[in-house]
Design a protein around this ligand. Structure first.
Ligand code: RUB
Length: 302
């Protein structure tokens, strides 16, 4: 359990972050936990796997890739401990391999929609969105990227470093400059923490501002999301919980302690309605947000 607890802690503190990376780390944690589980019966095996799954899922509430990965990885049908263990190891490995491949496929499919000369705006730090951008660049397309800082954790700095390593010309802006620069943009490309059955997107706080500004300026808004980012629970009308993190990420607690009339809010994701999304680039192809329900039914086994 110690290794699994370490992974859970890294996800909670955001040492491991980004919906795709979180999903892969969770699948690995369940796999290694199952591999080393010393139990006397299948009932005990089942209880311990369920406990470990719930523990991992509780670390961050919004990215649906986390429960999806844990569910897909921890599936087994055998009543025999050794066989059940083998099934989990295989399912987890299969999920991890699928997740790795998905990024490459999204990059390939999405980059076909990028034109020579495009200016692309992105927000936060999404591996899936970056896969499209760097694939287009490596295909020889002459592109420019505008990347937001993404307060309060400034994941935009990871994005600009990544793009710099690829040699992609990139401009870093503060989040409040999104609308100011939108007139220069051709396409917005962002990642996803979750996509609801009605096609609404949940992604880093501020994503909906990019969508509104893009809509106002008639620029295209593209989401890059593996199929395991779609939320089965939303079919049942369950809302996606928006994570609220500590005020320490926004303001020095010593300064805040002096401000008796001030409270700080730090929601870290927001909703972008489907009507602002032109397309979702997934590992099974490009879809309109209206197809989200079909993805959940056909590709997540619901
Ligand atoms: C990260 C974030 C990313 C999505 C998609 O938020 O909002 O856009 O997770 O990323 P945080 P990816 O930093 O709070 O985890 O495409 O890499 O899965």
């Amino acid at each position: 359990m110690q290794k699994l607890q370490e992974t859970a802690e890294k996800i909670r503190t955001m040492e491991i972050r980004g919906a795709g990376r979180i999903a892969k780390a969770a699948a690995e944690a369940i796999r290694d936990y199952a591999a080393g589980l010393d139990v006397a019966s299948i009932e005990e095996f089942s209880t311990r796997i369920q406990e470990a799954s719930s523990f991992l899922i509780s670390t961050r509430p919004t990215a649906v890739s986390l429960p999806n990965a844990v569910k897909l990885a921890s599936k087994y049908s055998s009543g025999n401990v050794e066989e059940a263990r083998k099934e989990i190891i295989e399912n987890a490995n299969c999920f991890i391999e699928r997740a790795d491949k998905a990024l490459g496929i999204i990059g390939k499919i999405g980059s076909r929609r990028i034109q020579d000369g495009d200016v692309i705006m992105t927000h936060c730090n999404s591996n899936a969105a970056l896969s499209i951008i760097t694939t287009a660049f490596e295909d020889g397309k002459d592109i420019l990227v505008i990347a937001t800082e993404s307060r309060p954790r400034r994941q935009g700095l990871l994005t600009v470093r990544h793009l710099n390593n690829f040699g992609v010309p990139t401009t870093l802006i503060v989040d409040s400059a999104v609308r100011y620069y939108m007139k220069e943009v051709d396409k917005v490309i962002v990642g996803a923490d979750a996509i609801a059955s009605n096609g609404a997107l949940v992604n880093k706080i501020g994503t909906s501002q990019l969508a509104l500004a893009a809509n106002e300026a008639r620029k295209s808004f593209m989401v890059a999301a593996e199929t395991f980012k779609f939320s089965p629970n939303t079919i049942l009308g369950n809302p996606i919980e928006i994570e609220e993190r500590s005020s320490d990420e926004v303001i020095d607690p010593v300064i805040l302690a002096d401000l008796s009339q001030v409270q700080v809010k730090n929601p870290v994701f927001d909703f972008t309605p489907a009507k602002y999304i032109d397309m979702i680039v997934t590992d099974i192809g490009i879809i309109s947000p209206g197809m989200a329900y079909a993805i959940i039914k056909e590709h997540l086994g619901w």
